[in-house]
Ligand binder design. Structure first.
Ligand code: NAD
Length: 484
């Protein structure tokens, strides 16, 4: 199979990956994949059917016993091979994801491909170091793989989201069926080629492309699936959760966010505003944990306004394969229109347009939106809705209690930040925030720390040992004391 580079004609992917081989799709229906900077058709993938999804589940079930009883070292060695395969195809994967999603190429290479390559190797290490059994009184408590895992993933960090599910699941001893996003599936096809080359036994890894309500819902309902690991919108996550409850599957849900960056009065405002804008605009704001609400003392609003304008001026918008672009387009026309709709709603509700706006940047093609900063009230629509675009809202507070109340006043609880002159002061506020992650004074992302949400941002954790343990069961075996 060939994969697209920046200037090839569309690649037609005719098959799903089932039971260790590429199997011709049974339906002629295909799903188009567009280059977000040029709108050109870059590939098509088959729209999987219910029967294909069911076949994948049965293949994964048949492979489970053999795979789960292999020595951990054998499974870990497969992961190391896959890590090497991802590294070897870095350029191709980075170009593919830059085109699919719109992230500028240099960033895509480091974040969208470098990250997953590292995680494949890291999960191998986690499994090797893990304490698989321990004695508790007269019991031995063993950790065992949960079984067949259905993995459903979104488009914004597509290869990372796939990796954070299937790498820990596989090394734990689970077998998997992956349904990647229908909007950015090409990187997943390349990964399937890499996994095939690594020589995993048939049925251990399966990939069926298709739509959520068709293929995704088979994974959520099928009695032979033991767990669904889902990343996506809260809306679809609720549906998956409802369906999965009928067979009492374990669900790990990584859902939406509306994270607050709280700038306290004693913070370095220049660093805090710049840092918040950077954390909001990454991947054109198409990041679940983006810091999309900046909470600032009312008395400092004018200063924040000027700092935000200066910081935004550095975000040059342009095509994702153009070296000079700092901010690429959004993933699709639908996403662009949705984001522009939110900006218009904000303006209609009386927002102060600090930077950007609803006028499209001057490009003939591509799903571009200007980086936008709006000053709004905490009661406005944009204080609640996940926009998923390059839009930051600034909300003022009178005192710290009000800042915490505003930060916690959404259905979400995924990320957040606190900025203060002292880490101790920041931590006091961070502990009051109902959210799974808080960055203190610009603290860097830690790929071994648990990532996941409180409230309607989900109920699972990814990364490192925390993400690995999601795929394990406990088994307690009791022994009679030895006769004296
Ligand atoms: P989405 O919910 O539209 O789609 C995600 C996946 O779910 C896709 O593969 C889709 O086909 C599938 N799906 C849709 N309906 C389904 C159904 N009824 N049954 C089974 N599967 C179904 O989300 P998206 O637009 O691809 O991604 C953006 C969303 O993902 C945002 O809300 C974002 O916050 C969230 N997200 C969360 C995290 C996290 O870790 N918390 C990470 C990235 C993205």
């Amino acid at each position: 199979m060939t994969t697209p580079s920046a200037d090839t004609s569309p690649t037609v992917y005719p098959a799903h990956y089932l039971n260790g081989q590429w199997v011709q799709a049974t339906s002629l229906e295909t799903l188009p994949v567009h280059d977000s900077s040029t709108e050109a058709l870059m590939a098509t993938v088959p729209a999987g059917t219910v029967a294909e999804a069911e076949a994948a589940v049965l293949a994964a079930r048949a492979a489970f016993e053999g795979w789960s009883t292999l020595p951990v070292e054998t499974r870990a060695a497969y992961l190391d091979k896959i890590a090497a395969g991802v590294k070897a195809r870095t350029d191709e994967l980075a170009i593919t994801i830059a085109r699919e999603v719109g992230m500028p190429l240099k960033m895509a290479r480091a974040i969208q491909v470098g990250g997953p390559a590292w995680h494949w190797g890291n999960f191998a290490k986690v499994a090797r170091q893990f304490e698989w059994e321990k004695k508790v009184g007269n019991s031995v408590v063993a950790r065992e793989p949960i079984g067949v895992v259905g993995c459903i993933t979104p488009w914004n960090f597509p290869l990372s989201q796939i990796t954070l599910k299937i790498a820990p699941a596989l090394v734990a001893g689970c077998t998997v069926v992956l349904k990647p996003s229908e909007i950015a599936p090409v990187n997943a096809m390349i990964l399937a080629e890499i996994i095939h080359e690594a020589g995993l036994p048939p049925g251990v890894f399966n990939l069926v492309n298709g739509l959520g309500p068709v293929v995704g819902e088979v994974l959520a309902t099928h009695p032979e699936v033991d767990m669904v690991s889902f990343t996506g919108s809260t809306r679809a996550g609720k549906r998956v959760s409802e369906l999965a409850s009928q067979t009492v599957k374990r669900t790990a849900l990584e859902l939406g966010g509306k994270s607050a960056s709280v700038i306290l009065d004693d913070a370095n405002f220049e660093a805090a505003v710049k840092g918040t804008i950077g954390a909001c605009m990454l991947n054109s704001g198409q990041t679940c944990s983006a810091h999309t609400r900046m909470l600032v003392p009312a008395s400092r609003y004018d200063e924040v306004r000027a700092l935000a304008q200066a910081a935004i001026a550095k975000f040059s918008v342009g095509p994702s394969l153009d070296e000079s672009s700092k901010l690429g387009p959004l993933v699709s026309a639908a996403q662009r229109d949705r984001v522009l709709g939110f900006i218009r709603t904000g303006i209609e509700e009386g927002a102060d347009v600090i930077a950007g706006g609803a006028e499209a940047p001057a490009f003939d093609k591509g799903y571009f939106v200007q980086p936008t900063v709006l000053g709004i009230q905490s009661t406005d629509t944009l204080a609640q809705e996940e926009i998923f675009g390059p839009v930051l809202v600034v909300i003022t507070y009178q005192d710290e209690d009000e800042a915490v109340a505003i930060a916690n006043n959404t259905i979400y609880g995924l990320g957040g930040a606190v900025w203060s002159g002292s880490d101790e002061h920041a931590v006091k506020v961070a502990r009051r925030m109902r959210t799974g992650q808080v960055d203190i004074n610009g603290g860097m992302f830690n790929a071994n720390a648990p990532f996941g949400g409180y409230k309607q941002s989900g109920n699972g954790r990814e990364n490192g040992v925390y993400g690995f343990e999601e795929f394990l069961e406990f088994k307690a075996m009791q022994f009679k004391p030895a006769a004296a």
